[in-house]
Design a protein around this ligand. Structure first.
Ligand code: NAD
Length: 280
């Protein structure tokens, strides 16, 4: 029995083995992306974080390295197409290949047309919102992810396969009045992008999946979910009475990056404490 248990544990380890995997996490200096980078580094992957925020990037790399991870960073804006391509090439050169890419960098899109108290929000009104908010949401959340996937495909095709994991949102599947309108269409576009890319890349051994979080306590929207009044509205939607902590996403991320999910592609995994059931 003991021998059997040891065998079972060994096969469990093998199932989730990402040791040595060359991994990129965009937007990995904070929140959900940082949790992806942490779990991959903790499990022995070689991780490169791409982030716009130099200070956050340096801190994240330092802390993960101190904890024993093989982690480095590049200051990259996912809307800078040549810069993004160069950063991918630098990872391929340093690690010899690229195995796992988390296309995660994303931003909020200003206030919704309703406040959490249910009042009309002039800044979030479609006829009044700043045009730049729409442009930036599409540029980072959708176009930035498109070019991340494009670079991932370019490298993974050369080495015979890989994993691409995109951070979408439950906001792609439901509509929310207290979230800025330009966020929803960008994330809905991402869901289609994931499915189409999965269709195209499956025969190259590249699996493409999507994680769709509900509310998580991160720095998005200037850390809006850390403000009790705003958090309350989201907590009340949750079926388990709380919003997500970045650590809550690590198990799913590891599953999608590891051999455990070798027959999974084109899939969407909602991770939201059941919130969307209440919103729908
Ligand atoms: P966060 O603000 O804590 O982290 C996002 C990181 O992305 C930051 O480090 C930021 O500097 C970086 N970033 C932003 N724009 C960038 C750019 N142009 N190029 C490179 N890096 C950039 O936010 P988060 O909540 O961890 O967000 C991560 C992803 O999760 C986003 O795609 C977001 O839309 C998605 N998401 C978050 C929630 C939530 O409630 N927190 C819910 C659903 C989906």
């Amino acid at each position: 029995m003991v021998a059997k248990r040891e065998e079972a544990l060994a096969s469990l380890q093998e199932m989730f083995d990402v040791r040595g995997k060359s991994t990129i996490v965009t937007g990995g200096a904070s929140g959900i992306g940082r949790a992806y980078a942490e779990i991959m580094a903790e499990q022995g992957a070689r991780v490169c974080i791409f982030d716009l925020d130099k200070k956050g990037l340096d801190e994240a790399v330092e802390e993960m390295s101190r904890a024993g991870g093989e982690v480095w960073g590049q200051q990259v804006d996912v809307t800078d197409r040549p810069g993004l391509a160069r950063a991918f090439d630098a990872v391929a050169e340093k690690h010899g290949r690229i195995d796992v890419v988390f296309a995660n960098a994303g931003i909020d899109a200003g206030p919704g047309f309703l406040s959490p108290e249910g009042e009309r929000n002039p800044e979030g009104a479609i006829d009044a919102m700043d045009e730049a908010v729409w442009d930036r949401s599409i540029a980072v959340n959708l176009t930035g992810a498109f070019f991340t996937l494009r670079n991932a495909a370019r490298h993974m095709k050369q080495t015979g396969g890989g994993r691409i994991i995109v951070t979408s949102s439950v906001a792609a599947q439901i509509n929310e009045a207290i979230v800025g309108t330009p966020y929803m269409p960008a994330k809905a576009g991402l869901d289609h992008l994931v499915r189409n890319t999965a269709m195209e890349l499956g025969m190259f051994g590249i699996l493409v999946n999507c994680i769709s979080p509900g509310p998580f306590m991160t720095n998005i929207a200037g850390g809006r979910l850390k403000i009790p009044a705003d958090r309350k509205a989201f907590e009340e939607q949750s079926l388990i009475g709380r919003i997500g902590h970045p650590d809550d996403i690590k198990g799913l991320a590891l599953f999608l990056a590891s051999p455990a999910s070798s027959y999974v592609t084109g899939a969407q995994y909602v991770i939201d404490g059941g919130s969307r059931l209440r919103i729908m």
